[in-house]
Ligand binder design. Structure first.
Ligand code: ATP
Length: 308
């Protein structure tokens, strides 16, 4: 083990048998100890990438390693280093959660004394369902059982593929609380999600894939900072009927008699110039609030730029 990254991906490519190129020379590292977001529109190639890491899909180019183990050269060690929660819920409905985890532990060769079945069930709040049939669990409970199942062999890396699709808000929060506690205990977490606000809230770093190509890989904070449009709401000292005009305003909307909502391009002007332009119109400024662009804006801008 030489690498410092939890997952290291170099020029990874995948062309499916029918000729569809799902991944095109993707390179990035997932640093150890992080919660890492993998984002992309539908069909971008996220599942393909995860399935390659899981050993379910064969890459057609490049390399990938998990916890320092190359997936082609050391597949067993690579597999032992990762736990994957797929989009589909998969387990035998006639086994209880306790049995499901015991069987999974057996598959991974975890010896009986090392098994943590009840500890895992407690962690995902399924302790009282330990002996219920899996088919009697709610959707959210099943999903939490899937997470516990992915953790039976105590892998240092946990991958969650769209873990909260179709999960209600309360359960989503519970799931994230558990994911955060795993991360706090040292587990590196990779998640794919369509919920940008979720990625923004949870992830230390975010990579974006579009049409099989990596188009961003930044600390979340920097990515949010990449949004170019900023909005400032300015309250002025008298009633207005029309909004003032200035070259530095991208857009200006009268939001009330005295409130102007001004959009500006932060790469071209700063807030001071925008406010000065308002004052130059003879208006006094009473109050100012700004709205930070969120990840959604960045995502749309980046995918739009990549598609152009
Ligand atoms: N087995 C396959 N054979 C041929 N093409 C495939 C196969 N699996 C996926 N693809 C294609 O590869 C591309 C990437 O698919 P992939 O499932 O990896 O995307 P994704 O980013 O995970 O999307 P989603 O968020 O919808 O799951 C898509 O165009 C898809 O149609």
């Amino acid at each position: 083990m030489t690498t410092e990254a939890a997952i290291s991906i170099q020029s990874l490519s995948k062309t499916y048998a029918g000729g569809k190129q799902a991944l095109d020379a993707v390179t990035f590292d997932v640093p150890r100890g992080q919660i890492f977001g993998l984002l992309g529109p539908n069909g971008a190639g996220k599942s393909t990438l995860i399935n390659i890491l899981a050993g379910l899909v064969n890459k057609t180019g490049g390399t990938a390693s998990i916890w320092g183990f190359d997936i082609a050269e050391h597949p067993r060690n690579a597999k032992a280093s990762i736990g994957i929660v797929n989009q589909e819920i998969l387990f035998d409905p006639f086994f209880t959660p306790f049995e499901t985890l015991e069987i999974q532990a057996g598959l991974y060769g975890v010896a009986k004394p090392q098994r943590r079945t009840m500890e895992l069930l407690r962690a995902v709040h399924l302790e009282d369902k330990a002996n219920a049939y899996a088919r009697t669990l709610s959707g959210g409970m099943k999903r939490r059982l899937m997470v516990a199942k992915a953790m039976v062999h105590a892998p240092p890396v946990l991958v969650l593929d769209e873990p909260t699709a179709g999960v209600d808000i309360e359960l989503r929060q519970q799931l994230w609380t558990y994911v955060r506690s795993l991360n706090a205990a040292g587990v590196t977490v990779v998640l794919t999600t369509h919920y940008l606000e979720e990625a923004e809230e949870l992830c230390d770093r975010i990579a974006i894939i579009n049409h099989g190509k990596l188009i961003a890989n930044e600390p979340t904070r920097d990515l949010v900072g990449m949004a170019q449009e900023k909005i400032v709401a300015v309250t002025v000292d008298r009633d207005l009927t029309v909004a003032p005009v200035a070259a530095c305003f991208e857009k200006i909307v009268l939001k009330g008699d005295r409130v102007l909502e001004i959009t500006y391009h932060k790469g071209r002007v700063n807030a001071g110039e925008v406010l000065a332009a308002v004052q130059a119109d003879g208006l006094g400024i009473v109050d100012v609030t700004t709205k930070e662009a969120d990840l959604e804006d960045v995502f749309l801008n980046l995918t739009r730029a990549a598609n152009a």
